[in-house]
Design a protein around this ligand. Structure first.
Ligand SMILES: [Zn+2]
Length: 85
C-alpha cells in the first residue's frame, strides 16, 4: 500500500523523519519545507499545482521582498480565511 505509483524515496524519507508526507524540499537550496504555512504560501503565490517549491528564504529572494514581508502575507491570507493555511 505504501508503494503506490509516484511514491518517491523522498516521501519515504520524510515519513521516516517527520511522520508527515506533506513536507517538500526547496528547489533552490534543498532545505526541507515542513511548515504547512510555507507550503501553503507556495501554492498561493505560485499556483495550487506548483511542483517546484521554495523555502521561505528563497521565496523572499524570488519575489524580491523580505522574509518578514512574506510572513506578514501568510497572516493576511489566514485573515482572509484562505484554506491553504
Ligand atoms: Zn531555499
Amino acid at each position: 500500500m505504501l508503494f503506490c505509483v509516484g511514491f518517491s524515496m523522498d516521501m519515504l524519507k520524510n515519513i521516516h523523519l517527520r511522520g508527515n508526507v506533506d513536507t517538500k524540499n526547496c528547489s533552490v537550496c534543498g532545505a526541507v519545507i515542513a511548515n504547512k504555512n510555507h507550503i501553503g504560501l507556495n501554492k498561493k503565490l505560485l499556483g495550487r499545482k506548483v511542483e517546484r517549491f521554495y523555502c521561505i528564504d528563497c521565496m523572499a529572494e524570488y519575489f524580491e521582498i523580505t522574509t518578514e514581508e512574506l510572513l506578514d502575507k501568510i497572516e493576511d491570507f489566514k485573515a482572509q480565511g484562505c484554506g491553504l493555511f
